[in-house]
Design a protein around this ligand. Structure first.
Ligand SMILES: NC(=O)c1ccc[n+]([C@@H]2O[C@H](COP(=O)([O-])OP(=O)(O)OC[C@H]3O[C@@H](n4cnc5c(N)ncnc54)[C@H](O)[C@@H]3O)[C@@H](O)[C@H]2O)c1
Length: 253
């Protein structure tokens, strides 16, 4: 018996980084997985690498029509929907004085409202179909602030409490749905690599990221995928509304 072989999972941001690793790990433990991403080519490539247990679709998490279509495609392809992993996200530099209203709305729209859209749709489906598990990617930046990540921190703090609200609502109404947030530290993915490459001083920026976590190594997407596997499986049936930190001790002090 594999750990999630009775589950169908929809993973947003499935074309890259943590989303792609999570989809591969879930499929490796028996799940059937829909990889959804605004980069549909990347999602298709990642699904093809997994094999028959995976499909892919284009999803812009800011578009409700896309969400409705991808949910329907997931049900058509696999006959159920038990796990939602909200991995899609964007990282934009900017302090309170360095963030325009347009940039603010863009980050909130993708990271927070996009997650809200997915959760709302998943709860509506799962409550009528035996329950499920929702996993939302927040960040250590949803727990502690960064001077130059004003919009990102705000979006991830929002995801943290959105998750707890959903968790309580579903528990109090006996819907059989759990909702938890995951808070990674530094994970080596294209998001981090692009952020460093686009900085004014990439060498200095790399040093800052390398020194961010107290452990002497950086995290991998698989490290986070293994935690999401646990939260997706019935092994975590009592875990609800939790903020699962995976940051090498960054927020411990
Ligand atoms: N990498 C880290 O160190 C780290 C740390 C904390 C939290 N996170 C969070 O983990 C999640 C995954 O990040 P990652 O590091 O794998 O990044 P990544 O850039 O490798 O992957 C993000 C994916 O989201 C997709 N995406 C972006 N906008 C989208 C949209 N509007 N609709 C659908 N898909 C969209 C991208 O195409 C990409 O495939 C993000 O929410 C991120 O904020 C990452």
């Amino acid at each position: 018996m594999s750990r999630v072989d009775d589950k169908v999972a929809l993973v947003t941001g499935g074309g890259s980084g943590i989303g792609a690793a999570t989809a591969r790990i879930l499929a490796g433990e028996g799940a059937r997985v829909m990889l959804a991403d605004i980069d549909d080519k990347a999602a298709a490539d990642a699904a093809a690498a997994i094999g028959d247990n995976a499909a892919s679709s284009r999803l812009d998490v800011t578009k409700q029509d896309d969400w409705d279509r991808v949910a329907a495609e997931t049900l058509d392809a696999f006959g159920g929907w038990h796990v939602l992993v909200n991995c899609a996200g964007i990282l934009r530099r900017g302090s309170i004085e360095g963030t325009s209203l347009e940039e603010w709305y863009q980050v909130i729209d993708v990271n927070l409202t996009g997650t809200w859209r997915g959760c709302r749709l998943a709860v509506a489906h799962m409550r009528e179909n035996g329950g499920g598990s929702i996993v939302n990617l927040s960040s250590v930046s949803g727990i502690v602030g960064d001077a130059d990540l004003c919009a990102y921190d705000s979006s991830k703090g929002g995801v943290r409490l959105l998750t707890k609200s959903i968790a309580l609502y579903c528990a109090e109404n006996n819907l059989g749905i759990r909702c938890n947030s995951v808070h990674p530290g530094v994970i080596e993915t294209p998001m981090v690599h692009n952020y460093i490459a686009e900085s004014d001083d990439p060498v200095r920026e790399r040093e800052i990221w390398d020194g961010y976590m107290p452990v002497d190594f950086q995290g991998t997407a698989d490290d986070v995928g293994m935690l999401i596997l646990y939260l997706s499986s019935d092994e975590s049936r009592l875990v609800n509304g939790a903020e699962m930190v995976i940051d090498g001790g960054t927020t411990a002090g």
